[in-house]
Write a protein of this length. Structure first.
Length: 147
């Protein structure tokens, strides 16, 4: 079960990177090429991104609970360094992803409530740009850790 959830978590992470990168590129095109703000391309896809962020949160919490339970079984003085390193990484990763969810929501709020297309694209670029950077940094940190 742990492996299946982990694989699903990784697949959703890759999809999130693709969706947020698409939103950032679309926002840059909207700002500089005067593209019209589309309800499907510029609102539905970011909504899907935020839904995936929440799925990632749920899967991450499940993985964390399973992993912590397994760690507590072999916790000893010799393994203490590994345990604290793993907990530190998990907390840091969780905080980064919570900020990614917050930035995704801010982008959606601005995209729904602003009237000017250029302002909508600017807010999407800023907040989904932050979201993209946080996700890539966190996934990259995981690759380095498992490396």
């Amino acid at each position: 079960m742990y492996s299946f959830i982990l694989i699903l978590h990784i697949v959703l992470s890759v999809l999130l990177v693709i969706l947020t990168l698409y939103t950032v590129i679309r926002s840059v095109l909207g700002i500089f090429s005067k593209v019209k703000f589309s309800n499907f391309l510029d609102l539905s896809i970011p909504i899907l991104s935020v839904i995936f962020l929440y799925l990632e949160l749920i899967l991450g919490l499940i993985l964390y609970a399973i992993h912590i339970n397994n760690l507590e079984k072999f916790l000893s003085q010799e393994n203490a360094g590994t345990y604290f390193y793993t907990r530190f990484w998990a907390v840091e990763h969780a905080i980064l992803m919570l900020f990614a969810i917050i930035f995704g929501h801010l982008a959606l709020v601005y995209a729904k409530n602003l009237n000017d297309d250029k302002e909508k694209f600017q807010k999407n670029l800023i907040y989904f740009g932050f979201c993209f950077v946080l996700i890539v940094f966190s996934v990259g940190m995981n690759m380095i850790r498992n490396g």
